[in-house]
Ligand binder design. Sequence first.
Ligand code: C5P
Length: 247
Amino acid sequence: MASVAILTAAGSGSRLGFGYPKALVEVEGRTLLAHAALGLASTGEICRIVVTAPVDHVAAFEEILRSTTELTVPWEVVTGGATRQASVAAGIAALEREAGGHPTYEVVLVHDAARPLAPASMMKRIIDTVRAGYSAVIPGYAVTDTMKLVAPALDAEGPELVAGTADRSSLRAVQTPQGFTWDLLVRAHAAGVDRARSEETAATDDATLVEAVGETVWVVEGHSAALKITTAHDLAVARLLASEIGA
Ligand code: C5P
């Protein structure tokens, strides 16, 4: 059965400060959008990619994907939602439409254009693990910093308070793509639809929604190249990495 991907790219990228969506920023002469789509395609496992775009950039995203001639996997650009969770839901709806309301997809990867250099080998590992019977699989890596829980500062100018220290050995920073059986992703999003409306309540990844319906989420080894580009520093690191690995 076929595997499909939802590529979230509808964020504004305001923390990067370019004045246009982050997915349109270039690394080694190629947009983050094209890098991420080509990465998914290069697994050789994905038969359709749905990309979420900011409402006023659908045509620009389509033009970029059209001109990425190496991208031979069928794709579609849809308008994203107000939150990442709502954008993934829009991607699910588009894939359902494409299948005439009766999808028979096997594995669905949900990936962020903000992680344009995620290696195909890692993506394949996630797909293979889902196929092996683990219905929700995410990449994660051990954290090296000591992690504190904090409480709000007592006054606006003052420092935050430490409320506790987490057990670092049991923490993982998680990445995308995250892989799910189609049915589980659909069920988890349907159950979490109400929280999708505001930044405060929306899930920041899809595994959170799977956890909320009581299903097990499994972690496989992530990859340093799957770093998330949020700040100018992240972008500088990604550019260095891309030039080293020839992405
Ligand atoms: O905002 P953040 O960096 O966590 O976004 C992660 C991914 O989700 C990015 O690729 C971004 O484009 C996407 N996103 C989206 N729709 C939103 C917000 C973010 O597709 N409303």
